[in-house]
Design a protein around this ligand. Structure first.
Ligand code: GTP
Ligand code: MG
Length: 171
């Protein structure tokens, strides 16, 4: 039939990295919000891309909610990990959370694509995609397809490129 295939993605990363802003860019105009606040727990959003109908779990990145992430790994067809490229003081915390995600059984046991956004590329002195890649340890990823994109979630720069990669990796 012509019904779009339903897929679900989990959007994770430290608080203030830009997860909700990035998703907001992808939402249809009527669902966009112009007042984005820190996420409590998580929110569920819907958008479409390349014949796929996405359900996105927009998780809170605050430390007290990070333990929730693992509950949703098994349901995800793809992972989006968002990094604030300008936050050099917390890049090691981001690395720690990313490596924990990789070693979780529901991730390590499955061939699930991982898209990383090196977000806030517009901020002066932000790390490049190469810098974020080495800070997170992406070269050490085995048996999984991954892709990193620099992005500006507020203007959308880099966002479609990343999502199109995810669509082709999920298909
Ligand atoms: P939690 O829900 O707390 O986990 O945070 P989050 O990752 O959802 O971040 P959110 O989208 O709420 O954005 C945090 C702040 O960063 C907001 O003030 C955004 O306007 C800002 N922001 C997000 N993306 C960008 C970006 O690409 N560039 C700049 N300059 N600011 C951004
Ligand atoms: Mg949020």
């Amino acid at each position: 039939g012509l019904r779009k295939r339903q897929v679900s993605v989990l959007v994770v990363g430290l608080d203030n990295s830009g997860k909700t802003s990035l998703l907001n860019y992808l939402l249809p105009a009527e669902n966009k919000s112009n007042d984005i606040v820190p996420t409590v727990g998580f929110n569920v959003e819907h958008f479409s891309c390349k014949g796929l109908s996405f359900t996105a779990f927009d998780m809170s990145g605050q430390s007290r909610y990070r333990t929730l992430w693992g509950n949703y790994y098994h349901t995800a067809n793809g992972i989006i990990f968002v990094v604030d490229s300008s936050d050099k003081t917390r890049i090691l915390v981001a690395r720690e959370e990313f490596q924990q995600l990789l070693s979780h059984h529901d991730i390590s046991s499955r061939n699930i694509p991982i898209l990383i956004f090196a977000n806030k590329m517009d901020i002066r002195d932000a790390l490049s995609d190469v810098g974020v890649s080495s800070a997170l340890g992406l070269d050490g990823i085995i048996n999984k397809s991954w892709h990193i994109c620099s992005s500006n979630a507020l203007k959308g720069d880099g966002v479609p490129d990343g999502i199109e990669w995810l669509c082709s990796a999920i298909k």
